[in-house]
Design a protein around this ligand. Structure first.
Ligand SMILES: [Zn+2]
Ligand SMILES: [Zn+2]
Length: 399
């Protein structure tokens, strides 16, 4: 590949991308109501003469190039319900809404890649790209059921069907100019669990005449820790965190109900289903045990995203061509995290690779993390990410 050309094109698009990113950063929109963001993306694509269609209400899918082969690139476009405290001059103008997960940069970088790829198509002809490059601007990554699942249902992976999909996410833990890859398991399934443990209220001094949901809740919390320690293969990652508990209001009254909530995270789709079944069965059995005097557990499961599993082959490929572009010293291993990411839905359908992009300014030791109200990023990442995306698409179609 012509790496120097790619980097030159990406650097030439830097100003444009910075302006796009700042416009989006000033005007963040929450998941599934990204109407202005969507219009902005459409206007930029129209300016570049790239045909597109709207999907999932606020999503946009565009195509560059021609031919039988197809590769997809994806960016997410939504912001978070956070009050910005970053102090940047282009901070959010909308109280309580902030691009604190870098999706403004993801969108700007995909639009930058679009510009680079379109320039190549114009200079070399429609067949010069070696196939079709599908650009997916996806809404609602931050909110269940995830924009990816809706776009897939609406056919984003059809007509034409991509052989592979690439996506990227900014990473405050790594310095700007680097990228990190991992084959196989990368992020977790993310299910939310809500319990109501029903007992029977009574006098604290006469527990035998009541059913105590506080004790049941306490036992449930400790016993469920056996799920990860005794039911999961020690070589497989999993987390069960029960993060809230509410019940009672007095020192001498046993309450009727205790409410708990938490999250189950796994790296394996089959074990995820098994674990949810085990949690449900154990909660029911524990609450109805005669030991407590006849209580009842009500469990609501809000399903999140499946585990994100990168295809080993496409990841080896993406990593190699990224080393060619950035230099091997700037490409690292990514340590898998129990975070969630709806890119997982694409990789359930077709092979794909999601990589992480360093965004920490080199002169800083530390920057606030994703979803933090003080989140910032080094905008020098923009040409890096745009070049990586364009390079991945062109290299795949050339191989
Ligand atoms: Zn996020
Ligand atoms: Zn994100």
């Amino acid at each position: 590949m012509h790496h120097h050309d790619l980097i030159r094109s990406a650097n030439a698009a830097h100003e444009q991308m910075r302006s796009i990113r700042r416009t989006l950063h000033r005007n963040p929109e929450l998941s599934f109501v990204e109407y202005e963001t969507s219009k902005f993306i459409q206007a930029r694509l129209a300016e570049l003469n790239i045909p597109f269609q709207v999907m999932a209400e606020t999503g946009v899918v565009a195509h560059i190039g021609a031919g039988d082969r197809c590769v997809a690139l994806r960016a997410d476009i939504d912001a978070l319900p956070i009050d910005e405290e970053s102090g940047v001059e282009y901070a959010s103008t909308k109280p309580g809404i902030m691009h604190a997960c870098g999706h403004d940069a993801h969108t700007a970088m995909l639009l930058g890649a679009a510009q680079i790829l379109k320039e190549r198509e114009i200079s070399g002809g429609a067949s010069a790209l070696g196939g079709v490059i599908k650009l997916i601007f996806q809404p609602g990554e931050e909110m269940s059921p995830g924009g990816a699942s809706i776009m897939i249902r609406e056919g984003v992976l059809q007509n034409p069907r991509p052989e592979v999909i690439f996506g990227q996410h900014v990473n405050p833990d790594a310095v700007c100019g680097t990228a990190a890859f991992v084959g196989g398991m990368m992020m977790a399934s993310t299910d939310e669990l809500y319990w109501k443990i029903h007992g029977n209220s009574g006098h604290a001094a006469q527990p035998h005449k009541a059913t105590d949901p506080v004790l049941m809740a306490a036992h449930l919390i400790t016993q469920l820790q056996a799920l990860i320690s005794r039911r999961l293969n020690p070589f497989a990652p999993g987390v069960l965190s029960i993060c809230s508990i509410h019940g009672g209001h007095a020192t001498n009254v046993i309450p009727d109900v205790v409410e708990l909530s938490g999250t189950l995270r796994t790296m394996n789709q089959a074990w995820r289903e098994e674990a949810l079944g085990t949690i449900e069965a154990h909660s029911t059995a524990l609450a109805s045990s005669p030991l407590y005097g006849g209580g009842r557990s009500e469990l609501r499961i809000e399903r999140g995203y499946p585990p994100l599993v990168n295809n080993n082959e496409t990841t080896r490929f993406a990593r190699q061509i990224s080393e060619n572009l950035l230099g091997a010293a700037n490409v690292e291993d990514f340590e898998p995290k129990m975070w969630g990411e709806d890119f997982a839905y694409y990789t359930q359908e077709i092979p794909g690779t999601f990589w992480m992009l360093g965004i920490r300014p080199p002169h800083l030791e530390f920057t606030p993390g994703l979803h933090n109200s003080k989140f910032i990023l080094d905008e020098n990442v923009l040409p890096v990410g745009a070049a990586l995306l364009a390079n991945a698409a062109l290299s795949w179609l050339a191989a």
